[in-house]
Design a protein around this ligand. Structure first.
Ligand code: GUN
Ligand code: FE
Length: 419
């Protein structure tokens, strides 16, 4: 790849505690698609390099949407008065069952991927549905989009209507292996498979065990849901009375590790927090979803302080939008609400910390991603903030306005790993 530089105004983090604001500087992307760093003056060795003049705009590393359901795209904004289990049964499972039809899947996934391509999102971890062909189709669409993603074919052999439930564990595991074989033959550059047990109530003990064996055998990453809703947690205790906790059910089956994304994690006990930290698993915070279906508020400030890996997800269609700018705003908002309502939370999240979670926090699941530090993959989103800034504002103001007024219609250009 031909090296190039962006001349512009950069906003990124170096860890949760350091926000870097670099006006009128140069970001260099080398021939391997990696960032050489941010420079006030272009170093001599890069003389003659192609220059992209973005001085009128701000440039950020792009947002990582670490939890979303592609098969729920058509339901955006619907059913927002139900709670989780009713919402799954009445709205979500019937919709997902439609993805047996490939023509239908092509239409919906085409529209979803087009919206993602134009958004702030550069990376994502995505659930499809329990359908192998439609999942491969989604992966093909994503591969063409330029985004880098993990995509999971959903495993679910229990507690769902026949229209969407897989026959049994053997069938679910055989389909998963078949899907993985098909994906291998496609030689995708940007699109990787991720094991995806829907959540504990959807999986028989044999399926959980089989997926743990598959994870051990293949080293594949894994995504699921944890401690989202009080009724769900009670259900897990009834299904697994001998397990000490919801998180322990995953752990006992070898499903909790440094390559694991767990969405929600609202009601983790101290033991579950310790287990998640010991395993190095990621908490994916989904505040739009948690507010819409009234699941609760995850204590993200506490998790960040505990050293848990934290990141953000739109969780469409529990969440009502793919726009990660909105997810960031709600991350800040619900953290403040928790602080106001409950004295046991002594601190709340800052805008900078929410921005960190949306960039480096999620990016680290992909490797060195989500920052303009040297050696990071060159992900960049050029943002036209002229609708929210009149000109001449200091970088601090442009950052605050990006957080509070950011909207995907401001996205001007996008690079993922330099492309
Ligand atoms: N738990 C199990 N399935 C789902 C889902 O599709 N969305 C959310 N938010 N939670 C779940
Ligand atoms: Fe979800």
């Amino acid at each position: 790849m031909e090296p190039f530089a962006i001349w512009g105004n950069f906003i990124y983090t170096e860890g949760p505690e350091r926000l870097c604001l670099r006006p009128n500087s140069f970001a260099v992307c080398n021939e391997n698609g990696l960032c050489e760093g941010i420079f006030e003056r272009l170093p001599d060795k890069f003389n003659g390099i192609r220059l992209n003049d973005c001085r009128d705009f701000i440039t950020i590393p792009g947002y990582c949407d670490m939890h979303l359901h592609a098969g729920q795209y058509r339901n955006l904004g619907r059913g927002m008065d139900m709670q989780l289990i009713q919402w799954l049964e009445e709205l979500t499972y019937p919709e997902e069952s439609m993805f047996r039809d490939l023509d239908f899947a092509k239409k919906v996934y085409g529209a979803l991927v087009a919206e993602l391509a134009g958004s702030f999102t550069t990376r994502a971890a995505i659930f499809s549905t329990a359908h192998t062909e439609a999942t491969v189709l989604l992966m093909e669409e994503l591969e063409r989009s330029g985004l880098k993603t993990f995509v999971g074919r959903v495993n679910m052999d229990s507690n769902a209507p026949d229209s969407i439930r897989e026959r049994d564990a053997d069938y679910s595991l055989a389909e998963t292996r078949d899907w993985l074989a098909q994906v291998k033959e496609k030689h995708f550059r940007r699109t990787q498979p991720i094991l995806t047990p829907r959540f504990v109530p959807s999986c028989s003990p044999a399926l959980l065990q089989g997926l743990g064996e598959l994870a051990g055998e293949t080293g594949l990453p894994l995504q699921s849901h944890l401690d989202e809703n009080r009724d769900e947690i009670e259900w897990v205790h009834q299904l697994h009375p001998d397990s000490p906790s919801y998180a322990a059910v995953y752990d006992e089956n070898g499903l909790l590790g440094p390559n694991t994304l767990m969405a929600h994690c609202i009601y983790m006990t101290d033991e579950e927090c310790a287990l998640m930290r010991e395993r190095g698993a990621y908490v994916v915070h989904c505040p739009t979803s948690n507010t819409n279906v009234r699941s609760g508020i995850a204590p993200m400030r506490k998790y960040l302080d505990m050293g848990l890996h934290t990141c953000l997800g739109s969780d469409i269609s529990g969440g009502h939008t793919l726009d990660m700018a909105e997810v960031i705003r709600q991350t800040i908002g619900v953290s403040r609400a928790l602080w106001q309502l409950d004295e046991s939370h002594p601190a709340y999240l800052t805008a900078q910390e929410a921005f960190y979670m949306a960039t480096e926090g999620g990016g680290s699941f992909f490797g060195k991603v989500g920052s303009f530090q040297p050696g990071y993959e060159f992900d960049a989103v050029v943002v036209d903030d002229s609708v929210s800034c009149q000109g001449g504002e200091p970088m601090e103001a442009r950052f605050e306005k990006l957080i509070y007024l950011g909207d995907s219609c401001m996205v001007k250009e996008k690079y993922v790993a330099g492309e």
